[in-house]
Structure formats: structure tokens, C-alpha cells
Design a protein around this ligand. Structure first.
Ligand code: RB5
Length: 144
């Protein structure tokens, strides 16, 4: 699996997305920022699904996606088979969606949390490992 992370957003806060992209790159990951590059109004399902397809196709290990609440773009990403994406507004949840749910995407709400917390949440997500074992059984049940 490549040490790559795909990142995308809708128009809600492309500056937060760019800040997160720089932060992740500074940790040594290769970041594919697939936009959008302007703040023109757009549609979060387009960007959530596009990022999710990168992950599902193995082009990226993880995805980080941003919209106003994180909710809509998360819902869109989770429609792509193989994607397990959670919205997080706290670091504990960000750690646990990796440790117990083997999440491969993280969604953030730019109108919900401030930049500093967003970066801490990203750190918690990327710093955690899937624990496997009984959690793998349950994740398999999600995948059906
Ligand atoms: C866009 O205004 C807003 O609806 C979107 O960013 C997101 O919050 C949807 O879930």
C-alpha cells in the first residue's frame, strides 16, 4: 500500500484542506490534493466519492475529506465499496475509528471545529493502528 494520502473537500473551506495537506506532507506522507482549487460553490458528493475511489482503487492508503459539517462528504465516501469513513470532532474518536473500525478515511467539519483541533484529529487518526482480532471480525461484518 503506498504511503499516500488523498485529500479533498467541497467549497466550505479549501484553506483548511490545504493546511491539512501541508501538515500531512510535513509528516512524510505523499499527499494527493485533488481539489477543488477554487472556493466556487460545488457539490460535496462529487469530491467525497472521488477521494474514496482513490482509496478503494489502492492509489492512496488513506483519505481525508472536508466539508462544512463533514457529514455529507462522509456519507458520499461511504457509498464507495471498501470505504470506511467516520466524521470526527474529537481525537479519541479519530484514534478509535482506526483502532477498532479500520477506517480508511477521515471526514472533518470545517464549520464545526477549528484548525488546531482539526490537525490534532488528523494526527490521532494517522497515529493509530488497527488492532485486528475481534475487531477484524466486526469490520468483516460491515463489509458483508
Ligand atoms: C455546503 O454548504 C454544505 O452543505 C456542505 O459543506 C456540508 O456541510 C454538507 O454536509
Amino acid at each position: 500500500m503506498p504511503d499516500r494520502i488523498v485529500i479533498s473537500s467541497d467549497h466550505a473551506d479549501i484553506e483548511l484542506r490545504k493546511t491539512i495537506a501541508r501538515h500531512i506532507a510535513s509528516m512524510g506522507w505523499v499527499v494527493d490534493d485533488i481539489g477543488p482549487m477554487t472556493s466556487d460553490s460545488t457539490h460535496y458528493p462529487i469530491h467525497g466519492k472521488e477521494a474514496a475511489q482513490h482509496v478503494a482503487q489502492g492509489k492512496a492508503r488513506f483519505g481525508v475529506i472536508v466539508c462544512g459539517t463533514g457529514q455529507g462528504i462522509m456519507m458520499a465516501a461511504n457509498k464507495v465499496p471498501g470505504i470506511r469513513c467516520g466524521v470526527c470532532s474529537d481525537t479519541f474518536s479519530a484514534k478509535m475509528i482506526r483502532a477498532h473500525n479500520d477506517a480508511n478515511m477521515l471526514a472533518l467539519g470545517a464549520r464545526v471545529i477549528a484548525e488546531g483541533l482539526a490537525l490534532e484529529i488528523v494526527d490521532a487518526f494517522l497515529g493509530a493502528e488497527f488492532e485486528g482480532g475481534r475487531h477484524a471480525t466486526r469490520v468483516d461484518m460491515i463489509e458483508g
